[in-house]
Design a protein around this ligand. Structure first.
Ligand code: PYC
Length: 344
């Protein structure tokens, strides 16, 4: 059963109190709930965030970026946050069938979608008593996703995902040539085919991060982008799983420079779209993706209605577990020189 949020009951935007007042000389308070999904943290703003109005979500992201970007920075950058943190601003959806809307962001950018973050959002809403277990649609800047919540276990039926380019060669200075696919899973990814020379273990993350950063820099320098010139800000490395119950292990570099502790919902969607296009994963077949810290998403896909032989499009479903880990009031004190976060 789908349960809608009663938006009049929950003043989740803190509209009246905070409109246009972030640059004021008064202390501001922002209420957040922290959660983690397979070790990857999410911080949802539930009150005191900026009012972005009721326009389509793509326009709201623009308003957020142009007028309230310092709030993004204050919430996720140090000293309150760090590169690993994904933030989310809870918004009123435009589509009445949705329980909520969300705009995800991190220390570097605004995200289209976030798989682990959506799982975190669902347990957050349940923790607040705003939803019950069951099916809930969530509106994001790149489309509506359908979630199913069963206490800590959350599945997310993601937006349509597809491969844009196969076997792209990148010459990486001081490293060598890597070959991978460019794919969309709600964000843009460069999915590198298995790299046996790299050890995907958590005690090797500094090295893996350096490698992935070099690859990302090389792609930028060589103008390797998405179809509309999009910066390929997520880089994925793959290896065989350490647990034989799983199918694959990954390391995912996120936009800032941190790595995803979860198997990355949008990244696994992108990866599955490549496997679907190569005929390596059939619709409905289970794919268990293991992360660098051994957390797992259990995934499968169905073909999208507009999928063709030339462009295979899939609708991925990802299931993981998320837990609420904190409730906090962030204090934005104009007397604090780092009030709005340390921007790099
Ligand atoms: O789970 O989609 C995801 C994600 C994106 C960035 C970090 N996690």
């Amino acid at each position: 059963m789908e349960l809608l949020l009663d938006w009049s009951k929950y003043n989740i935007l803190g509209v009246a109190r905070n409109r246009c007042s972030f640059k004021s000389s008064f202390m501001q308070r922002i209420q957040v709930i922290d959660s983690h999904t397979g070790g990857e943290p999410t911080r949802i703003i539930i009150d005191g965030g900026p009012d972005l109005g009721d326009r389509p979500f793509t326009e709201r992201v623009k308003i957020f970026r142009e007028n309230f970007d310092e709030i993004r920075s204050a919430v996720v950058n140090e000293p309150r946050g760090s590169d690993v943190l994904i933030g989310g601003l809870l918004c009123q959806p435009t589509d009445p069938s949705c329980s909520a809307g969300i705009i995800f962001f991190n220390t570097a950018a605004y995200l289209g979608m976030c798989g682990h973050g959506t799982m975190g959002l669902m347990v957050t809403l349940k923790h607040l008593g705003r939803i019950e277990n069951g099916e809930h649609k969530i509106e994001t800047p790149v489309g509506i996703v359908t979630t199913h919540l069963n206490n800590a276990s959350v599945s997310v039926k993601n937006v349509a995902s597809y491969r844009y380019k196969k076997d792209v060669r990148v010459d990486v200075p001081d490293y060598g040539t890597v070959v991978g696919d460019i794919a969309w899973g709600g964000n843009w990814f460069f999915c590198i085919n298995e790299s046996p020379e790299e050890r995907l273990m958590v005690d090797n993350v500094n090295h893996l991060t350096n490698v992935a950063l070099k690859i990302r820099d090389a792609m930028e320098a060589q103008n390797i982008t998405g179809p509309q010139g999009e910066y390929l800000d997520h880089i994925e490395l793959y290896a065989p799983p350490t647990d034989s119950k799983n199918h694959s292990r990954n390391f995912v570099l996120c936009p800032g420079g941190s790595y995803d502790r979860s198997p990355c919902g949008t990244g696994t969607s992108a990866k599955m779209s490549c496997m679907a296009a190569d005929g390596k994963l059939a619709p409905g077949e289970i794919w268990r993706q293991e992360s660098i810290v051994n957390s797992v998403f259990e995934c499968s896909y169905e073909l999208a209605d507009d999928s063709t032989d030339d462009c295979v499009k899939i609708i991925p479903t990802l299931r993981g577990t998320a837990h609420v880990s904190g409730e906090a009031t962030l204090i934005l004190d104009p007397a604090d020189p780092f009030c709005m976060g340390i921007r790099s």
